[in-house]
Design a protein around this ligand. Sequence first.
Ligand SMILES: *Cc1c(COP(=O)(O)O)cnc(C)c1O
Length: 375
Amino acid sequence: MKVPFFRYPYVFEQDRTAVEEAMRSVCSRGAFILQRDLVEFEEALAEFCGLPHAVGVGNATDGLELIMTAVGLGPGDEVVLPSHTFVASASAVVSVGAKPVFAEIGADHLLDPADAEAKITPRTRAVMPTQLNGRTADMDRISGIAREHGLLVLEDSAQGLGSLFRGRMAGTFAAAGVYSFYPAKTLGSFGDGGAVVTSDDELARTLRQLRDHGRDPETGEVVRWGRNSRLDNLQAAILKVKLKRLPEEIERRREIAARYHGNLSHVPQLVLPPPPSAPGTDDHFDVFQNYEVEAEDRDLLRTHLAEQGVGTILQWGGKGVHQFEALGIGASLPTTERMFARSLLLPMNTSLTTEEVDYVSEQIDVFYAAAHAHR
Ligand SMILES: *Cc1c(COP(=O)(O)O)cnc(C)c1O
């Protein structure tokens, strides 16, 4: 059996008929930039997250940069964030001249609120958790710390669309949140794409100006320096089709996570993510953008799985942002580093059949049974 980590052609195959129709419609109308499909997708997305505004942008990294610009972060400011995140969270901070300061992660691989608080200095302006793997951080604690120290809360919720903490969606806790539509994300487009969501009318207007060369959408007048980071109308039309099926997609991801949990929770060499809980039974509703385990003998397990036709990846290439030497960060984060040495992403996407999930699980069992026999 072959179980690749991700099946990119499936992003197209899955909704092929409806998506082909949407693409034909956009192209035959010549409706390429800032057209009604974008407006309709933005409205549908805003409704899905329960906020008044969604602003389509080129990608989530741009979205983060536009938020940093809009809230006025700049040189001399520090932002506390986890190092277990995509380099994009930190580069967005750097893009406005501010300084990223890295904090440890907790047992759930998300920002550790206590260490985030310990990293606050007189220059700290914001704290920014990453809502990683489709799970939302404890935003009550993080917002409490921010309030106490007079800080902004920002969120890298690029992986968090649909994920809830106490009934509220990732991306809706801060002044503004972002979602990424990179093809492998829970809501994937046919290329790059992203959106910023906010409940703040003024911020939404600023973001619309910033993404379109500083031009005001109503008057066309240039009212500030901006840039070009619009979500393509074609991608928006595709995403509008896919957004309708997102709740179903999330349910399937949660089923797969429950299956992995049932298959693997007896394996002592693994630490699994929390299983999906029934809505309303605890604080978290996770959407499993990724299924990240910690594994003993991780590299040997990975080789074994590859030999058995199972694709896995090391998130972010297996390093925290602070571990990329060229960036010259030089921090020491032992908990994060230990996690990275053990972490592995198993296949998690809705192209997987239950048989495939069972096959992956069996191969893991076989590996540790053999390793045990050798000892
Ligand atoms: C995917 C991702 C991003 C970047 O999103 P793009 O749309 O590719 O720019 C940022 N942060 C996290 C946590 C991500 O997973």
